[in-house]
Structure formats: C-alpha cells, structure tokens
Design a protein around this ligand. Structure first.
Ligand SMILES: [Zn+2]
Length: 235
C-alpha cells in the first residue's frame, strides 16, 4: 500500500457528506435511507463535520476484558496489518458505525472469521472500484450478534449462506468494493442483529455497531487503536 494512497484516503475522509451523516443519526430521514440503499454499504467513508462527530475517549465503550474476548483478528496467525479507522473516530466510524475497524489490506488478502457462527447473508459479484455496492458477509454468532465483513473483492466470498464457520476459518478475500475512499481495506464491525445499511429491505435503525476487542494480539482494552499495526497471535 503506498503512503500516497493512505494519505489520500485520510484526506477524503475530511469531506462532508451531510446526508449520509444524517442518515445514521436520524431514523426519520427517508430520503437518506434511499440514498444509502442506492450507494451501497457506506461503512467506511461516509463523512461529516468532525465537530459533531468526535466522541471523547471516555465515552467510547464500554469494552469487555480483551484477554478473554471471544474475537480474534480477521486475518491469519502471524500476519500483521495496520488499523486505519477504529472505534469512535468520527468520519465514517460514527453514528451507526461508531464501532468497527478498517484494516488496510491489498486486494486479495485472506480474511478469517473473528468468531464461530453461521453465514446469514452474502453479497458478491461487485467489481473492485465500484462504489455503488459492496461485497460482504454477515456471520451470526450463538449469542445473536452478527459480524460484518465488507469491501471484499469480486468473487472474494468463499462461504455460502447457511454455512457454519469456525473461528479462524478462511472465509473471504479482501478488496476495494463499495465506499472505501479508494483505499483497499477490510471493514469489520459487530452488531446486535443483522440489520445493517445497504441491505435492501432490512431496516437499519436497530442494529447499531457495538464495541468489541480481540484476544490474540497486543493489549487492546479499549479496542484496537488507529494507525497501529497488530500481529495475529496463535489462539
Ligand atoms: Zn469501516
């Protein structure tokens, strides 16, 4: 990944997209909901006035003990990737998407399940570089929570609907579909149910992302931090 592209992404994140911002804040914004549907999953690059979006660290969470977290990093053991956006960062990770992680990855990087569960939704067939829709996987865990893996590459979904996957299984290849800001990366977030924006016909107002952290890497009591690299340790 070139530094220029990383810098461009960060600059892009400073652009204001008020309608998308309002969409994640105002359930009643019907037109914005339609916009969300039309532009695909916008987890990672919807933007807003940072003065409204910045959340003090003390209000970000609470997180469970990271050492006993049910979740492992979404890539192979011994691999290491940098977190771009993390929790409560404003920009794309605000409102509905307040919690979640963007791992900077070249297209085609293997993506592994962060927790065991059943595949409840997939979307594939979108070409990298297309911004109007994204390839994604939703996996529901035994406590009802759902993990979202998005921006996957074309033909990058390696599981099928209904399939049970084990924590650490290879499930996908990362990519650059949907609203990535032009920076190929993997977005992962956790939701209390499977309703996330961008999935046609499913309401989006009751499954806001929730905080989680990872057990197989450096200490992350408040989740992973942006601009840091994290190596996946054996688990
Ligand atoms: Zn993201």
């Amino acid at each position: 990944m070139t530094q220029d592209l990383v810098d461009k992404y960060r600059i892009d994140n400073n652009r204001v997209d008020k309608c998308v911002e309002n969409n994640v804040k105002k359930v009643g914004c019907f037109m914005c909901f339609i916009l969300i549907i039309s532009i695909g999953l916008t987890a990672c690059n919807s933007d807003s006035d940072s003065s409204e979006q910045t959340v003090p660290t003390t209000l970000c969470g609470p997180f469970s003990a990271w050492e006993s977290s049910d979740y492992v990093l979404p890539y192979a053991v011994d691999e290491e990737f940098e977190v771009n956006q993390a929790n409560c960062s404003g920009f794309g990770h605000s409102g509905f998407w307040l919690y979640g992680y963007d791992f900077i990855m070249d297209i085609g990087t293997p993506v592994h399940a962060i927790r065991s569960g059943r595949v409840v939704y997939i979307n594939d067939g979108i070409t990298d570089g297309v911004r109007s829709a994204t390839n994604l996987i939703l996996i529901q865990h035994d406590d009802g929570t759902v993990a979202l893996y998005s921006h996957l590459t074309n033909a990058g979904v390696l599981v099928i609907g209904g399939q049970w996957v084990i924590k650490g299984d290879l499930i996908a290849l990362s990519g650059d579909t949907g609203n990535t800001g032009g920076l190929p990366h993997l977005h992962v977030s956790l939701h209390p149910c499977k309703s996330v924006p961008g999935i046609l016909g499913i309401p989006q107002d009751n499954c806001y992302a929730i905080p989680f952290n990872f057990s197989n890497t450096d200490a992350n009591p408040k989740g992973l931090e942006a601009r840091k690299k994290y190596r996946a340790l054996p688990f």
